[in-house]
Design a binder for this molecule. Structure first.
Ligand code: R5P
Length: 304
């Protein structure tokens, strides 16, 4: 089985690394590039590598979906083009899957974007593979994706980094929604865990409540969350910890979206390190997902 990884712009190095890992494991894998021309009026024109499309290959579009509004239209156009040119099956590898946090109508008239976005992707892809999507009120991707879907988890990789780099870690989940990631990482790293309470007052305004902390004062706090967006969740937690005089905390997240000044602001709030998987590009310390993603692709193709 030949696997062709078509990289959307910005995903070329991910596709190259995946092709190398798959080839090293004995699979015929090739990475190619889908270019996107932007017209002056804002429309986009994707061009896929037509020579690499044939019904005997497995076709995988590689596109991490941070900043999804500019990426999604070219991605869907590319998927439809691959199919028109003869691809038998088209899968999507999106290391970060957008819109999962808008999983309910929190005010009258709001879009439940997670569900609608899942419908759009499901129309164009045979399968969707991602890493640690924000599953909270929606418990499984299958609840919203009609395309075959699978969520990989980076928890073992995050736990391994913590176990190798942090003495006496205390894993802290800054809110209830992070509890699933914080608890999984803590258990794999063999570390204690505390989950805090968060109240979100706005996009960049967050209040966090620490529980009674005296017995944890000598541990190194390791804040674990799925997503760093504005960084305000971590910053509010770091501010509370600074008042207690703990050792400098470490921040670990699966997806380092790091909008605007998030990364420098987290460091300025007292984080010793910020560590995120390379599901999206960022300037924090990266944890490589390539082996996990390669195994995930093979599992999706084997089950097809
Ligand atoms: C929300 O529930 C997520 O788990 C993250 O805590 C949140 O998305 C982080 O956002 P920000 O960095 O903007 O505080």
């Amino acid at each position: 089985m030949r696997i062709v990884l078509h990289a959307m712009p910005g995903n070329e190095s991910t596709a190259d690394r995946l092709a190398q890992v798959l080839a090293a494991a004995g699979h015929a894998a090739h990475s190619s590039v889908c270019t996107v021309h932007r017209f002056p009026d804002g429309e986009s024109l994707p061009t896929v590598d037509a020579e690499q499309v044939n019904p005997d290959s497995e076709t995988v579009l590689v596109c991490t979906l941070d900043k999804p509004d500019t990426k999604t239209v070219p991605l869907l156009l590319a998927a439809a083009t691959l199919r028109e040119l003869g691809a038998r099956r088209v899968g999507l590898l999106a290391p970060y899957l957008a819109y999962m946090r808008q999983d309910a109508r929190f005010a009258p008239g709001q879009a439940v974007s997670a569900r609608i976005y899942a419908g759009m992707l499901s129309q164009h892809f045979d399968w969707v593979l991602t890493v640690d999507p924000h599953l909270h009120r929606i418990h499984r991707l299958e609840e919203i994706y009609t395309a075959r879907s699978r969520a990989l988890t980076a928890a073992p990789l995050l736990a391994d980094w913590i176990a190798r780099n942090v003495d006496d870690p205390l894993i802290i989940g800054p809110d209830e929604e992070s509890a699933q990631w914080a608890k999984a990482v803590a258990s794999l790293a063999g570390a204690p865990v505390q989950v805090l309470r968060k109240t979100r007052l706005g996009d960049r305004a967050v209040r966090v409540q620490l529980p009674e902390f005296s017995s944890w004062r000598d541990y190194t706090p390791v804040l674990v969350d799925d997503v760093i967006s504005t960084g305000r969740t971590l910053i509010a937690t770091l501010e509370q910890l600074r008042r207690l005089g703990t050792p400098a905390p470490v921040c670990v997240a699966v997806h380092g979206l790091c909008a605007g000044d998030a990364l420098p602001a987290i460091l300025a709030a007292g984080a010793a390190h910020v560590v995120c998987s390379n599901s999206v590009a960022h300037n924090a310390i990266p944890i490589d997902l390539t082996e996990l993603l390669a195994a995930g692709i093979l599992a999706m193709l084997a089950a097809a």
